[in-house]
Design a protein around this ligand. Structure first.
Ligand SMILES: Cc1cc2nc3c(=O)[nH]c(=O)nc-3n(C[C@H](O)[C@H](O)[C@H](O)COP(=O)(O)OP(=O)(O)OC[C@H]3O[C@@H](n4cnc5c(N)ncnc54)[C@H](O)[C@@H]3O)c2cc1C
Length: 340
């Protein structure tokens, strides 16, 4: 077959349920991506009980629903996740597997593709089928965009969150064919340990990304740092807006070294070349200089604003739509007061 020829594709949308049995937004986005291809597809579901999830997308246009269910498929665990994904792909006879790039599927799909004798591509930001199947993804920390095709099948494609329209209004009653899988695992999941932040501050679905920079920890006009006040202002704003919290590398590095800085930050919050590249509609940077290795992580943030004391900061040089030259402590205190 020529590279990327689609005529004979058998597409499987591979999803897992969340702990409450629902499907995450990224799963619905991947379904949206599959539908937009305009080709028949089936849906494969894995989880403790997949019926409710299948019902929530019964009218998505899938030709077939297949499921692997049972308590052993509830937690994220390599052996059981990989076994479920492999069984579903085989049952569907899939030549193309579209899966949301969740931590669960990201971890197992390259291995599953190997078991199936296939190939896997991660971080897909777009999938199209105009005569041939093509995947769009970025390279070199989001600096170069490439469009790729593959002749090899099966082809597992992990679709990044925030890159497609989430499917809505497709609830109904789905008839799910159960696929039996013998789940053997030496790994027992005892529970979940969250990062040391102790507070959930990363919210990929939030409208707004709020970014904190090292300025929050630096000496201010009175010659002293005001870290406790910074914590109060930042957490107050996050509480009121449910924004997602990002940070510059400088600030999370300070936290990592155990210095008395914002205790709720970890490296997971870092945005940039060596951090995350989130896809929020709006972003507000505070006390952050706006250097290139940081701003490259803002690639997909549509509307950017920054608060900085320095009128010559990086944001002011074409990297933000609006820069407020002001003291972020004063600005955020006022903003929080207005929000209250
Ligand atoms: C290979 C490499 C990879 C890197 N990867 C990343 C990355 O992934 N992410 C990342 O963030 N960085 C990365 N960096 C580091 C990056 O180059 C910068 O050093 C870092 O982003 C600077 O962080 P900052 O802007 O918070 O701190 P600073 O540069 O110290 O800036 C602090 C800012 O706070 C402002 N400020 C202080 N007080 C106030 C106040 N009261 N009100 C308003 N503003 C105030 C100051 O004017 C200043 O602009 C990388 C560097 C290298 C070499």
């Amino acid at each position: 077959m020529d590279p990327g020829v689609t005529a004979m594709e058998t597409i499987l949308v591979l999803l897992h349920t969340e702990s409450d049995g629902t499907l995450a937004r990224s799963a619905l986005e991947t379904l949206g991506v599959a539908r937009a291809l305009g080709m028949p597809f089936s849906v494969g579901l894995a989880g403790a009980d997949v019926q409710a999830a299948a019902d929530s997308i019964a009218a998505c246009g899938a030709t077939r629903f297949i499921g692997v269910g049972g308590a052993e498929f509830a937690p994220s665990r390599y052996s059981t996740d990989a076994a479920a994904a492999e069984a579903l792909a085989r049952a569907a006879g899939a030549t193309v597997i579209l899966a949301p790039a969740t931590s669960r599927w990201n971890r197992v799909m390259p291995g599953v593709a190997h078991r199936l004798g296939g190939r896997a591509d991660t971080h897909a930001t777009g999938v199209s089928a105009d005569g041939s199947l093509r995947v769009t993804r970025w390279y070199y920390r989001q600096r170069m965009e490439a469009v790729i095709e593959r002749a090899h099948r099966p082809w597992a494609i992990l679709v990044e969150g925030g890159c497609g329209e989430a499917l809505t209004g497709a609830a109904g009653t789905a008839s799910v064919e159960t696929i039996a899988v013998e789940a053997q695992s030496r790994t027992e999941v005892e529970g979940l340990q969250s990062p040391k932040t102790g507070q959930q501050t990363i919210r990929p679905d939030a409208e707004l990304l709020f970014v904190t920079g090292a300025g929050w920890s630096k000496n201010q006009a009175d010659g002293k740092p005001h870290v406790e006040e910074a914590e109060r202002l930042i957490l107050g704003f996050l509480d009121a807006t449910q924004a997602s919290l990002g940070s510059s590398k400088s600030l999370v590095d300070l936290s990592g070294e155990g210095q008395a800085v914002l205790g709720f930050l970890s490296h997971l919050n870092q945005i940039g070349q060596t951090g995350a590249t989130p896809r929020h509609r709006k972003g507000l940077a505070t006390c952050c200089h706006g250097e290139e290795p940081h701003v490259v992580g803002w690639r997909f943030v549509t509307e950017r604003r920054a608060v900085n004391l320095d009128a010559n900061c990086g944001w002011a040089r074409g990297k933000a739509d609006v820069v407020y030259v002001a003291d972020a402590f004063e600005v955020m205190a006022q903003v929080n007061a207005l929000l209250r």
